[in-house]
Design a protein around this ligand. Sequence first.
Ligand code: NAG
Ligand code: NAG
Ligand code: NAG
Ligand code: NAG
Ligand code: NAG
Ligand code: NAG
Ligand code: NAG
Length: 767
Amino acid sequence: MPEEICNLHRLEYFYADFNDLNGPIPTGIFNLSTLIELVLNFNHLIGNLPSKIGDQLPNLNYLDLSWNNFSGVIPVSIGNCSRLSFLHLGHNQFINTIPKSLGNLEYLHFLTSLTNCKSLKVLIVAENPLNGIIPNTIGNLSSSLQKFYASVANITGPIPREIGNLSSLITVSLEDNQLSGGIPSSMQQLRNLQLLSLDQNKIGGNLDSLCQLHKLSGLFLDENQVSGTIPNCFGNITSLRNLYLRENLLTSTIPMSLWNLKDLIVFNLASNSFNGSLPPEIGNLKATITIDLSGNHISGAIPNTLGALLNLQNLSFANNQLEGSLPESLGNMVSLTSLNLSHNYLSGLIPKSLEAISSLQVFDVSSNYLVGEIPSGGCFRNFTSKSFISNAALCGDPRFEVPPCKISKKHRLYGKKLVSLILILAAIFILVIVALACIFLVYLRKIKVPSPQDVPVVASMERISYYELLHATNQLGESNLLGSGSFGSVYKGILNDGKVVAIKVFNLQLEGSLRHFDAECKVLCNLRHRNLVKVISSCSNQDFKALVLVYMPNGSLETWLYSHHLFLNMSKRLNIMIDVAYALQYLHQEYLTPVIHCDLKPSNILLDENLVGHVSDFGITKFLRMDESSALTKTLATIGYIAPEYGREGLVSKACDVFSYGILLMEVFTAKRPNDESFGENLSLKSWVRDSMSDSIVEVIDPKLFREERSYSHELIPGCVSMIMEVALNCVCESPKERLTISEIVDSLKKIERRYISFHRHGGIQL
Ligand SMILES: *[C@@H]1O[C@H](CO)[C@@H](O)[C@H](O)[C@H]1NC(C)=O
Ligand SMILES: *[C@@H]1O[C@H](CO)[C@@H](O)[C@H](O)[C@H]1NC(C)=O
Ligand SMILES: *[C@@H]1O[C@H](CO)[C@@H](O)[C@H](O)[C@H]1NC(C)=O
Ligand SMILES: *[C@@H]1O[C@H](CO)[C@@H](O)[C@H](O)[C@H]1NC(C)=O
Ligand SMILES: *[C@@H]1O[C@H](CO)[C@@H](O)[C@H](O)[C@H]1NC(C)=O
Ligand SMILES: *[C@@H]1O[C@H](CO)[C@@H](O)[C@H](O)[C@H]1NC(C)=O
Ligand SMILES: *[C@@H]1O[C@H](CO)[C@@H](O)[C@H](O)[C@H]1NC(C)=O
């Protein structure tokens, strides 16, 4: 790092994060008394902080030295930086004091000195070999402190009860230390707390003091010594998404109220002493992706309702006392990748329905009392004998190291019945096909076959004959229908050269479809952009109008948002929305005259094989004239996405698209449609998002987004979504003039994306 920067007197802001800087930090930098922000995170810098740092940098407001190799004592004079609001020293080699004698622990003195910084909001000292005890003076830290991270820092002793005075705290992260004692009852005053992470400590006591934390979304208490029961009141913490209580000393039954937490994502109670049985209400945990109850004393049968958990990926009931048979409904859990039921008293057959779970990779039913044939199709093809050892009387494929199954008389009879059933079904099927074919022939006759010269094909496009098109569309008939709309239908087709295409056929009987075709043709035939659907050819004569488009194998954004088994993570969603913004930027600003799409919504965003977003459906697109900034139209777009002035007066402008884009942004990250019934009359997607911006952003976020990981990304997501929602809210202002322009949107989203990705990659915790 060059010494010269130390000559820049009056320097106020110095940022050099992510720069591969190495070597010692020039000490002169701490003499720049005018510095307000100093940001050097993610470099390879070494050196100590000067003992008088607080007096040398009295104006310092923001200090980020994280992810370097700084060492030495954190000077107590840091508290003399009285304007400090953000202090991140995480992931270095800082210590608390030079130890006077071995094993003699001291209080973290720098924490006491920081009580002088009255506007401290974020304090991060995680991942440093601090060695020390949290002093009681922690209660005198700034009352606006929101985030306190001190994980992996060799902290011992109890959590002082004075922590309850820090009423603005949102995050407390102290995992992987040697904290002892209980969770202080004063913590119930931390009404804003969203994340409490105390994994891997020696925390004892019980969970009663967490009842009042109605904003808690993540509770991480794995590997501690917490005892007693889970209090009933936990069912009232509806914001809870991640509940980790693995390896504690908890007892009794799991309270019924807990099964009401329908947005819970991870539910891990493994290795405790829970008893009682599983109620059918376990089927309420619809959003859950992991349930781990292994290593407890749970008895009774596995409820049938489990099959309703379509998002569940990992399920373990291993090492309990479950009995009865495996419900057939388990085969409905389409997202399951791991199912562990080993070491129980389960009996009966292994349901064949499980073969259908194509995602299932890990399967263990060993050490039970199961009997009968091991299914051998579907996902069972990949399982080995290990999955099935120590059971009562399993039989089947020699691969599983079990005896072959004897086919009993009853089975043979059953077999015969099955054969006749199949024959009957096949006959019915053939009849249906014949009937369909007849209907189809009648339909074909109705279309007048035009002479080839009637078919003008747009120049510069591929030449595809009408017959080829008709053939391509009809090859597989209705089974190839991709969708239909107010204009006609879209089919998947295969051209003579084998190319798979989407063919949009306009039903000329339908009112407006001609106009729709013309508009769409005008856009697609003239405009080319990576994020617009590409047209291969068009076909137009009096009776038949069609567009041949590049086929988008991943369907529409709408499908991805609302399907159980498809999942787009944070960065994919952000990427797609940036793609859409690029397309609009092109339409609004880079074509000869401004083009207004007028009908942006998730079903009009198509995704190619790489999940790149393409804007489609230009049926009601308006071309403004060079000198126009708005135009009047009578065509109405989709309710919910439409800007107020467009709805009222039919006035379309670039700002209308921006409005729809804002609604789309909200929908993509909340997975709530603007016309969702739950909004009723007095609420809308817009007001719901706006009202939650200040403190309950977690509640509006699509719970599926938290599927990614625990710990830091769990933290990153709310921050990232709130930045995105801020952009969205600036797109949906009542007055068109106040809305952002599409270029401003592109810039903001790119910035958010860059930060998200780099922080995600480096395991950062603060956006
Ligand atoms: C903080 O500043 C005060 C006043 O300037 C000074 O007396 C004190 O010694 C400083 N504290 C430290 C720890 O340097
Ligand atoms: C916190 O500050 C108050 C008032 O400044 C003081 O009376 C109290 O002793 C301090 N508490 C601790 C634990 O230092
Ligand atoms: C700080 O916490 C202590 C102990 O929990 C309590 O007695 C005191 O009233 C609190 N002070 C403030 C200002 O909240
Ligand atoms: C949950 O909240 C409801 C309504 O606020 C209250 O009536 C009920 O007693 C609470 N349940 C528990 C177990 O705290
Ligand atoms: C569950 O455990 C608790 C406490 O250990 C005990 O009092 C209770 O009887 C047990 N219940 C069942 C159903 O075994
Ligand atoms: C789910 O199970 C698989 C296979 O055992 C494992 O690789 C994966 O980490 C588990 N995921 C979670 C979230 O526990
Ligand atoms: C079996 O495992 C392989 C590789 O792990 C995977 O590609 C394949 O899809 C699996 N087959 C089934 C039927 O699950």
